[in-house]
Design a protein around this ligand. Sequence first.
Ligand SMILES: *Cc1c(COP(=O)(O)O)cnc(C)c1O
Length: 421
Amino acid sequence: MDHFLYKDGHLHAEDVPLSRIAAEVGTPVYVYSAATLKRHFGLFRQALDWTDHLVCFAVKSNSNLAVLKLMGDLGAGMDVVSGGEYARAKAAGVPGERIVFSGVGKTAPEMRMAIEGGIRQFNIESEPEMRALSALAAGMGASVPVAIRVNPDVDAKTHEKIATGKSENKFGIPISRAIEVYAEAASLPGLQVVGIDVHIGSQLTDLKPFRAAYVKVADLTRALRAEGHQITRLDLGGGLGIPYRRDNNSPPLPIEYGEVIREAVGDLGCEIEIEPGRNIVGNAGVLLSQVIYVKKGEDRDFLIVDAAMNDLLRPAMYGAHHDIVPVVEPDLGAGVHPYDVVGPICESGDTFQKAAELPEIAAGGLIAFRSAGAYGAVMASEYNSRPLVPEVLVQGDHFAVIRPRPTYEEMLGRDSIPEWL
Ligand SMILES: *Cc1c(COP(=O)(O)O)cnc(C)c1O
């Protein structure tokens, strides 16, 4: 459930008409609902209320400081995958003890930054990384908590670009070698082994792969304990999917996901961490856009809109679907017209949807791409020198710009021409 609903014939974010945001901020613009964010975070917390836990928001899904502050104030931890994300989490007021550092290619400066600033745990993804972290931490006189990410060789049955739990993927160490790697970890200075980490992919719409992976983690926990390791924490990753289509079967609910966790690992007495991103923020955001032209083609009509693939990359990158809805509510029984909805960028890949069923819409009309809160603004670029898309946060009947649209001067001002030219 989200808070983007029609009221008095106009699509609102909570109590703010989207047309008001378009008029005041311009389009394209991302609009997020604080109430939806809070609601979704609460559902995960409730799903794990049977045990000690920390819900770590996956910062890569939406890293705006206002969103992170909102989540952090609710008590969320943060899952970061770069020094930049670590800096954002800290700048949003999240203490280091609630920040988990994941990612396959952490550099020494990134690790140093997190050790100095405080860290809940590093999720180690390879043996070379483990040795590098050990040397660095020991050199700093620190002992850092670590979990080792295991690759359970489970097919997440999701898009190939976001599946991470098969042996062919670059993530984690093979679970079959875990005993050996944990033995080395325990012998290294500067590391304090606290748990096991797993993350099998994103936009999972079935609980079975989660169950399969978590059962393997439970078996590994027992095996490692038998070897004398203190396994007190399990980081079970993110990945629970969201409905991108109104008419689709909905993916499982957080409460059902929590039950799978309880069944698989609930008897181990471990503290549980999860790292949801998409499921918290995906349906808490829309991308609001205006129709520039309606172009009649030979066999189809095009809606040329002012949002483009540089603002919302998922359709071009993953062939992803986002429901597109008009901001003015269509009359009951109004006919629909198929439009190819496209952006202005000079690539045919800049197509959001073919034959989208929309009511007749004229130039100047507003549309919203739903479910755009996750992996939307964070993947935006300035391709075609289109200034970075702004972001707005709504709470109740008010809203704030949480990232302004850069002016052309600001955009150009980041380049510099060398003296010798
Ligand atoms: C991407 C990622 C997540 C978040 O995935 P969602 O599908 O957005 O929930 C969590 N943990 C790690 C390690 C990731 O790489």
